[in-house]
Design a protein around this ligand. Structure first.
Ligand code: 26V
Length: 803
């Protein structure tokens, strides 16, 4: 059935009235949203059912993407887009006298992830469905998402994110698919009648894992895949065994809240519970599904690919082994072969402090049988590798050492593929961080540079730009992103460049209106909009950005008449609640904003907007308005970055160190269309090796920088006595771990080049256009095609339309 506006209006009215028993005209936008989301769910339900049935009937190989985090963003508009009914529905809603944008805004944005890793998982879900790849997400249905951030006197304050307050229309609770997870107790091996050892469990605590499924709608291809998020509950038949309220609390705690840290590993028992809970649930449901097909176990790796997103789901390995050995009675060799062939692993960080390791005693107590299996995997690894590689190398690669279980080592040994997320990152893994493993298993290592979905990050976030591109090169880029390169043909076309610049201005006005309403700050939309949006972390160097602003401020104070390119500096960043230094940087930037924004000498030359509660929805507002994309991490530290890709796709020029995917951006756009600065990874390594770096010496030779740093401690910036001192000391006394001062001069020089270029509007616009036209290779569609072909060995399916 093709949906016309008239049919839509009739159907929508029906849904609304059956739900609310009242007139639409008198309803709130929340109620209208609920009805519209229900309409979409109903509209796509046949496809959801049929996709699932097709996978069963044809026994196709399926991927299961295990991730502790998913950051899908609001789903209403993207579902309408992918169903091909966005315009029809928008027109219908408008004709009914309702406010479509208000309806869209009243959906909550589920923050079930911290940052890059979680958002990548959701971009991947969109691409997997849009490529008609049989794929499933597997994760946790947190009751509370990532904290909501507020600023009080410039300090970050965290509030709970009760995202389920008004229910969640997209999900379907599947009680009949629940599985039991066993924690604790004792386990011993006992011989069964057939000379086989079987584990006997006693005194375990059993917890029910109930799945909530959400349809992942492919782009105009009738595919609806499944995202399955698990929730912990007390099993009804065990109610009686949960005598104490403390035990009850514990069960509810498991899926209560997302850990708000993405860089600092802490050996928290609750987090280990979460990890085992959702991996065990996911693996059990896969096994259940596989067994229904009545195939021999040797077929398992031909039908199932299990992807482990960072090490958080690495317990998939011993859990799959446990089920194959204990419950299905396979031999160790067979089970191990199946496990390795099925599982693949992506590494997302080289930051040592984020590497997961669990104390042996904790794993032993919480999941005793899993511990036994990990121990056996470890022992077999040692026995097998010592004859081949000697003791020294082998012992450097063990899973268990110093009383800890190293999850990365488990993930590498128990999988057939290990990938990094940008070329440089993969090279660093191979040559430095995981070099010992690379010696052992060179063929496991491969690169899969990250990607983003152009449908959300261009089509939905920047509809005006989408229209311009559509009229110039057609619409094919939505499914064949390489087509974007056709847009290059317009890089000297005056009319197109002017339109591009008009669109950017409009997007900047839209952001300015938000800033005015929310923060009562007046922005000049013709100023250069300079954007840094990402988690707050020392290695990402928001501090370098802030010191550059301070430099500009001092220039203005020295000469209030100085001609400077007006800039609006936009920050969006959450700091982990326990990461004190990151929170001090937030306070510093907010204090600087307070000073600069209210200084009449400064006027429009500098405005600073630090948005509260940065997340997917705010990204969709900010990215289309950006002129400059700040990607200024210390070289070697940012595994890939993905905001760099989104900003480029929307015509921002990148201010970059040669780090992560910035290098690949540079290769695609050419050095003339990017602002590069700072040390390279090799230079950083050399500095580290030689150990000669002295931030004090840098300061001594740079009076300007010295003066800037003095402002942190001399009262120039009000109300940062504590923070200013801490930051100053980190740079001076503690020798500037992330080489902020070392890279400062070349950063400022690159910013000056940007100012000059911005004066030449046609040339700037041309470079913006080249950035847009060069960003096709960063579509997650390509990334997913490579995963599908080179790691998962799954096929895109021809869709009905294409057949
Ligand atoms: C690590 C940890 C450590 C223990 C506490 C909880 C926790 C939660 C998440 C993580 C993973 C952080 C890694 C991460 O998000 N990496 C980012 O991944 C992006 C997608 O690959 C990539 O673009 C970013 O460069 C990288 O920082």
């Amino acid at each position: 059935m093709t949906l016309t506006t008239n049919i839509f209006k009739k159907e929508f009215k029906k849904v609304f009235e059956s739900q609310h028993a009242s007139n639409i005209k008198d309803s709130s936008s929340e109620q209208q949203y609920a009805a519209l989301a229900n309409f979409i769910k109903f509209y796509s339900s046949d496809n959801w059912k049929q996709t699932n049935q097709l996978y069963i009937d044809e026994q196709v190989k399926q991927v299961y993407y295990f991730s502790m985090e998913f950051l899908p963003g609001r789903m209403l508009k993207s579902n309408l887009l992918n169903l091909g009914i966005l315009d029809t529905v928008r027109d219908g809603i408008t004709e009914m006298g309702l406010d479509f944008d208000a309806i869209v805004q009243s959906e909550v944005d589920p923050a079930l992830g911290n940052g890059g890793l979680g958002r990548l998982a959701s971009c991947f879900m969109d691409s997997i469905a849009s490529l008609a790849i049989p794929g499933n997400g597997n994760g946790i249905r947190y009751r509370y998402g990532l904290f909501q951030q507020r600023f009080v006197d410039g300090y970050q304050v965290e509030l709970p994110d009760n995202w389920l307050r008004n229910g969640n229309i997209w999900e379907v609770r599947k009680e009949n698919k629940a599985v039991m997870i066993r924690f604790g107790g004792e386990v011993y091996l006992k011989e069964d009648g057939e000379n086989k050892l079987r584990p006997i469990y006693s005194n375990t605590q059993n917890i029910l894992a109930v799945p909530y499924d959400t349809g992942m709608i492919g782009y105009e291809n009738d595919v609806v895949n499944n995202l399955r998020l698990w929730s912990a509950e007390i099993p009804p038949e065990e109610e009686i065994n949960f005598k104490t309220s403390a035990e009850r609390v514990l069960v509810n705690q498991i899926t209560e809240v997302l850990y708000p840290d993405d860089s600092n590993y802490e050996g928290q028992l609750l987090r280990l519970r979460q990890e085992y809970f959702f991996t065990s649930a996911g693996i059990q449901s896969i096994i259940r599904f596989f067994k229904k097909q009545q195939l021999p176990w040797s077929e398992f790796p031909n039908k199932i690919a299990i992807h482990v997103n960072d090490t958080h789901p690495a317990l998939c390995i011993p859990e799959l082994m446990r089920i194959l050995l204990d419950e299905e009675g396979l031999s160790w060799e067979k089970a191990w072969d199946i496990t390795k062939k099925s599982i693949s692993y992506t590494n997302h960080t080289i930051m040592q402090e984020a590497m997961e390791k669990w104390p042996v005693h904790m794993v032993q107590e919480l999941i005793p049988r899993i511990y036994q299996i990990i121990e056996a995997i470890n022992q077999r690894h040692i026995d097998k590798k010592i004859p081949l590689y000697g003791e020294e190398l082998t012992y450097r690669t063990t899973i268990i050492s110093d009383g800890n279980i190293k999850m990365a080592n488990l993930a590498i040994i128990g999988s057939h593929s290990v990938n990094g997320v940008a070329q440089l990152h993969t090279d660093i893994l191979k040559e430095e961080i995981l070099h010992d493993f690379y010696e052992m298993y060179p063929s496991k290592f491969n690169n899969k540079t990250n990607g983003i979905t152009q449908r959300r990050w261009l089509h939905l976030a920047n509809e005006k730009l989408t229209q311009l591109i559509d009229t110039k090169i057609g619409k094919e880029w939505k499914t064949s992103p390489a087509e974007l390169r056709q847009f290059k043909a317009y890089s000297k076309d005056e009319e197109t460049l002017n339109l591009l610049s008009d669109i950017k201005l409009e997007n900047k006005k839209r952001f300015a209106a938000y800033a005015k309403e929310k923060y009562a700050i007046e922005l000049d939309p013709t100023a250069l909009f300079d954007v840094q949006i990402k988690r707050l972390h020392a290695y990402k160097r928001q501090l370098l950005n802030a010191l550059h602003i301070l430099d500009r401020y001092l220039k203005i104070k020295d000469d209030p008449k100085i001609e400077l390119q007006p800039r609006v500096f936009i920050f969006g960043a959450k700091a982990a609640p326990s990461y004190i230094y990151a929170k001090q940087i937030i306070k510093f930037i907010n204090a600087l904003a307070e000073l600069v924004n209210n200084d009449p000498d400064v006027g429009n030359k500098i405005k600073i907007v630090f948005v509260e509660n940065y997340g997917v929805s705010l990204a969709e507002l900010i990215i289309p308005a950006a002129d400059i994309s700040e990607q200024i991490s210390l070289a070697g530290k940012e595994a890939s970055g993905t905001s760099n890709m989104k900003l480029m796709l929307n015509g921002a020029l990148t201010m970059a160190t040669l780090d992560g995917a910035n290098i690949e951006i540079k290769d695609l756009v050419g050095e003339d269309n990017i602002f590069l600065f700072g040390m390279t990874n090799d230079e950083v390594n050399r500095m580290n090796r030689e150990g000669h770096y002295s931030s004090k010496t840098v300061l001594k030779n740079n009076p300007r920088l010295n003066r800037i740093l003095e402002c942190l401690i001399n009262g120039t910036i009000p109300d940062i006595e504590v923070e200013g001192r801490v930051i100053y000391d980190s740079l001076v006394q503690y020798n500037d771990e992330y080489y902020v001062l070392q890279d400062f001069e070349s950063f400022v020089a690159a910013q000056e080049r940007a100012d000059i270029l911005y004066q030449d509007k046609p040339l700037w616009n041309q470079k913006a256009l080249i950035n847009i036209a060069s960003s096709g290779p960063f579509s997650a569609d390509f990334t997913i095609m490579r995963y599908a072909e080179e790691i998962w060995n799954v096929k895109e399916r021809p869709t009905k339309d294409k057949v």
